[in-house]
Design a protein. Structure first.
Length: 631
């Protein structure tokens, strides 16, 4: 019995020391908070102290319960020994420490915590590979894992085997002190919850924003209670994006086509993370030259700030909230259906994988496995620039061996401009650049210029590859019968607005992409009006003889027509952004979060009321659009 009491005491002291280490681990999130005033700092400190307790508490309660249960049964001595419960404690706390550390890494770079998007990335085939992790990154991660395992194991061993450590810990972490500390922490947990609830009710942004900096923060709101007392939150008076559940009705009306129309060949070239300002004569000279001969849209937005929603919008012409339902039904876009019906020869290529995001179950769901060519078919050890080159060779081989009596369509997704931005030596046009891009130890603020130079070099390599396709089409007199599209899936930010990469916010750098459209017979011109990936299906289907208004099957317009966009919508995983020529607003979709209003160029607006007064009709229209393809 004495041994049981001793072990329980060790477990409590182990978690007390682990709490102190967790405070160090979680402290990195304190750097991500804007301390507007003294009250914000106090609230942040309370959340910081109390949430480290919350993170550990479930593990302690479970292990303490397990220990008591084990001691009630007649089991081998090992299961009642300090080493058995200690191994469980080390595993569980190490897991927590690693989870928090990884979350801090994600939040620092991308501005969001572990969420459904991250879990999807981890558990979907090809998801991890899509991040472009390097060997040095993996080595660093393994070292970090070993560090946490060693640290947590050492604490337990010292508590059991070192008489000095044991005595010191027993003197410091006495039972009365631990009970008192736990009581204080519980009070702090309640205090921060009440503070957040009041701040949410009165829309006090500094507190709400500070809370979101901490992983797995559970918001407390008093809306229902306040309503029972007849109180109305100022927040409820503002605009809210709420949408009903979706059962697809797509398209809305039967598609009608002209009796005669030209079956253009289609070459659709899309590059990962290609932001708008990369299309210039220095970085992408061949693409720039081709753009001068084409229709170039200089104010073009992606339909998403990440690959999934971006490419979805480019093929369906729909907002990103529809993605999940199209995936569930494995429903292909009208554009691909039309090409298949017209007996097109179709082969599509990617230097990533069609399984992540799940384009093999959505956009290309009706294509056979023999028509889908991605990195899984090639040497997995090849860098992205080499994969891009091999895929270009495969595209040209496909076009060269096609049945010339039938039209063809090909799509290529280039991976070179995706972090860590690979390129061969001949494309080193921007120097110096970071040579060993290790995610785990890179200093974003210090090294961002070097990282961007690496990105620029990868875009130069991309240009050399698309140039081969342009040249082949021209040399073989195919430009007279072929539509060519060159664009990016989304942009890429280099800390211009405080983030690196994409998928973290809706800054101009993350959402603006080049858009070059070659259509036989179209005069070269520069278009300055707002356009979007949402417009691509409407533009192509109109060229392919569809007479329905685009609203029957998309949220887009014909970019070559007379209609002009007044605004566009860019989708995230669970957020959307409204963007026009002057303003931008970000809304959560049926999820916790705050609406954010900025100028088009991402400067916060102090007074949001004029925006909602001015744009409310458009926002209501967006809500209708997000539900119109449902029944």
């Amino acid at each position: 019995m004495k041994k049981t009491t001793k072990t329980a005491s060790v477990l409590a002291r182990y978690f007390a020391i682990s709490y102190l280490l967790l405070l160090i681990n979680v402290s990195v999130f304190l750097k991500e908070i804007h301390y507007i005033n003294f009250g914000t700092g106090i609230f942040t400190a309370i959340v910081y102290i109390s949430y480290c307790f919350i993170y550990l508490l479930p593990f302690f309660l479970v292990l303490n319960t397990v220990q008591k249960i084990l001691n009630k049964f007649s089991l081998p001595a090992f299961f009642k020994s300090p080493w058995f419960i200690g191994s469980l404690a080390v595993i569980s706390v190490t897991f927590l420490q690693l989870l928090i550390y990884t979350d801090s890494f994600i939040f620092k770079m991308f501005g969001f915590h572990f969420n459904s998007f991250v879990w999807n990335l981890i558990f979907t085939k090809g998801g991890i590979e899509s991040m472009g992790s390097t060997a040095s990154t993996m080595r660093s991660f393994i070292m970090i894992v070993l560090f946490f395992i060693s640290a947590q194991s050492t604490i337990w061993v010292l508590l059991l085997k070192s008489s000095r450590i044991k005595k010191i810990s027993e003197n410091i972490f006495t039972r009365p002190r631990l009970i008192f500390a736990a009581a204080v922490l519980v009070i702090l947990v309640l205090l921060q919850g009440v503070t957040y609830g009041l701040s949410s009710f009165y829309s006090y942004r500094p507190v709400l924003t500070s809370a979101r900096a901490f992983p797995f923060y559970a918001p407390v709101t008093f809306s229902k209670m306040a309503k029972s007392f007849g109180l109305i939150s100022p927040r409820e008076k503002s605009f809210s994006m709420k949408f009903k559940e979706i059962n697809l009705e797509y398209p809305l009306k039967p598609i009608v086509r002209k009796s005669e129309y030209k079956k253009y060949n289609i070459v659709f070239l899309m590059a990962e993370s290609l932001r708008a300002d990369m299309l210039n004569p220095k970085i992408m000279p061949h693409s720039w030259e081709f753009a001068r001969k084409s229709v170039t849209f200089n104010h073009h937005y992606s339909g998403g700030n990440g690959t999934r929603m971006a490419i979805f919008s480019a093929f369906y012409g729909l907002y990103g909230n529809y993605w999940f339902n199209f995936l569930e039904e494995c429903k292909s876009p009208l554009l691909m259906d039309a090409l298949i019906k017209d007996n097109y020869q179709i082969n599509v290529y990617s230097s990533a994988k069609f399984s992540y995001p799940e384009f093999d179950k959505t956009i290309f769901a009706k294509l056979s496995p023999q028509q889908l060519h991605d990195s899984a078919e090639l040497d997995k050890g090849l860098m992205s620039w080499k994969l891009d080159g091999l895929n270009v060779e495969r595209i040209l081989d496909f076009i060269g061996k096609r049945d010339e009596s039938r039209p063809f369509m090909t799509f290529m997704f280039f991976e070179s401009p995706h972090a860590p931005y690979y390129f061969p030596p001949e494309n080193e046009i921007a120097r110096p650049y970071i040579e060993d891009f290790d995610y785990s130890d890179v200093d974003m603020k210090k090294d961002i210029h070097l990282i961007k130079n690496r990105y620029i070099n990868s875009c130069n390599h991309l240009d050399s590859q698309v140039a081969k396709i342009f040249k082949y089409l021209e040399d073989n007199s195919l430009l007279d019968s072929t539509i060519v599209i060159l664009t990016g899936d989304h942009g890429e930010e280099f800390m211009e607005k405080g983030r690196w990469g994409h998928n973290s916010n809706f800054s101009e750098e993350q959402t603006r992409v080049p858009m070059v459209l070659w259509v036989p017979g179209q005069s070269p011109r520069q278009v300055s009006d707002i356009t979007s990936h949402l417009d691509i299906p409407a533009t192509l289907l109109t060229l392919l003889g569809v007479t329905n208004p685009p609203q029957d099957y998309s949220e887009g317009i014909d970019m070559l027509g007379e209609e002009q966009r007044l605004f566009t919508v860019v989708s995230g995983w669970d957020t959307i952004a409204y963007i026009d020529n002057e303003d931008k607003a970000i809304f959560p979709i049926n999820a916790f979060g705050d609406q954010i209003v900025t100028t088009k160029f991402d400067k916060l607006v102090a007074n949001e009321t004029p925006f909602f007064q001015k744009h409310q009709p458009y926002l209501i229209q967006i809500m209708k659009d997000m539900s119109q393809f449902s029944n």
